[in-house]
Design a protein around this ligand. Structure first.
Ligand code: GLY
Length: 424
């Protein structure tokens, strides 16, 4: 089989690594990929939003399966185009990817179908939003409706901050059209857990749980990022939580999407918060999480290509998803300054230290080859150093040990990824 992956981050490197383990696969391409992905796939210089070019490539190269890693092409309708061209593709169509593409849509869906989530109001008029905020309780959460690189969520501690937030999102348009409408939502407290689920339009199956660390600095301080590290499984995601979520969140979401004529095939990533009153949905994503994927896929026993195919063919119910009874921790090595200003182009050394070590992985996010063929930094998040261990404590110790194996100028990381594990 020939497989094409669309994307270029640590998530796509982990997906490519896992696909490469499938005995069904002879050849993997990734568009556009990165320097690490080039170790398992042939990288193709086509951008993720160049749908026609990607479909032409898939046709010309007789690709048997395309896997879309990123949110933007999914929300933009890449799956619809591939299907129109008769190509086999894993991911939700545009009318289902809206579950991530519009927070107003997803909140209204949850309200309509009684799926547990925080109380909220939606606004497309800044004046009306500010008026509502005058009498709100604080803290409160403002969310841009559309995709905003994970930065469109503002936690406001008082009215002044909230009014400023409305200005940033709706008037200054910091995230463009994503801020045309906003959701104002009650502030919920509790551990946040990422649940990645395979879906075939009717059935939904959860993978093992994971937890992300979104803030840039230790102690959950600093700005929101795409994610500075993850661990799996989450000690907070108990059997009882899983049973509750299956009954009241996962299957009801699938059923709701079907009733709306928006059958969801692909990965549904449910962002949960485990409040004292029970699990609530914070957000949905229509793709694998990044860096959640880097800790979930190394623990997965199944041939992922078989699972992708079962989802496309509507027979996910025949798959018995299985995960190792171990743990994984991923520490993101970033460029100092991320998520704001940072420099690129620094040589990365020590990558060979991961060769031949089955329990250690160095997933590339922002890397590329320079003109001399050396691997250099090329993004805010550069590498995801991941390690397995018998339990979370061991995996954490292993991951931090491995962060010393690789060096580049301006290397920055958090030192408390998975620290909550010790306190759980
Ligand atoms: N790590 C959060 C996300 O992938 O959206």
């Amino acid at each position: 089989m020939k497989v094409l992956i669309v994307g270029s981050g640590g998530r796509e490197h982990a997906i490519a690594w896992k696909i490469a383990k499938s005995p069904k696969v002879d050849k993997i391409y990734c568009a556009p990929g990165n320097a690490g992905i080039a170790g398992v796939a042939e990288c193709v210089p086509i951008a993720a939003m160049e749908f026609e070019k990607l479909a032409d490539f898939a046709k010309e190269n007789q690709i048997d399966l395309t896997v879309i890693g990123m949110d933007d092409p999914l929300v933009g309708g890449i799956v619809d185009l591939f299907e129109q061209r008769g190509l086999r593709v894993f991911g939700p169509r545009k009318n289902a990817a809206i579950i991530e593409g519009s927070k107003v849509f997803s909140k209204d869906l949850m309200k309509k179908y009684g799926i547990p989530t925080g109380a909220y109001e939606t606004f497309s008029d800044a004046g009306a939003a500010v008026k509502y905020l005058e009498t709100s309780e604080y803290p409160i959460v403002l969310k841009a409706d559309g995709l905003a690189l994970g930065k469109g969520v503002l936690i406001c501690n008082n009215f002044e901050e909230a009014r400023e937030g409305v200005r940033t999102l709706m008037l200054d348009k910091q995230f463009g059209a994503a801020g045309d409408s906003i959701v104002i939502e009650e502030f919920l407290t509790g551990p946040e857990v990422s649940a990645l689920c395979f879906c075939d339009g009717t059935a939904i199956k959860t993978m093992t749980s994971a937890q992300d660390h979104k803030r840039a600095k230790d102690g959950d301080e600093g700005l929101n990022t795409g994610g500075m590290g993850t661990f799996s499984p989450s000690p907070f995601y108990t059997k009882e939580v899983d049973e509750f979520c299956k009954k009241y969140i996962y299957q009801p979401t699938m059923d709701a999407m079907k009733k709306e004529g928006r059958d969801f095939m692909g990965i549904l990533f449910v962002g949960l918060i485990l409040t004292p009153k029970g699990p609530r949905v914070l957000e949905y994503n229509a793709r694998f999480g990044d860096p959640e994927t880097q800790v979930v896929l190394p623990r997965m026993k199944n041939d992922i290509v078989e699972v992708f195919e079962a989802c496309i063919d509507g027979r996910l119910d025949t798959i018995d998803l299985q995960f190792e009874d171990n743990a994984a921790v991923c520490v993101v090595l970033a460029s100092d300054g991320y998520p704001e200003k940072y420099e690129r182009g620094f040589a990365i050394t020590g990558l060979g230290n991961f060769d031949g070590k089955d329990d250690y992985f160095c997933f590339h996010a922002g890397t590329k080859f320079d003109a001399q063929g050396k691997i250099v930094t090329n993004g805010g998040r550069v590498l995801g150093v991941t390690a397995l261990g018998a339990d979370l404590k061991q995996a954490r110790a292993n991951a931090y040990k491995a962060t010393d194996w690789v060096e580049f100028d301006n290397k920055y990381m958090r030192h408390d990824i998975g620290k909550a594990i010790d306190e759980a």
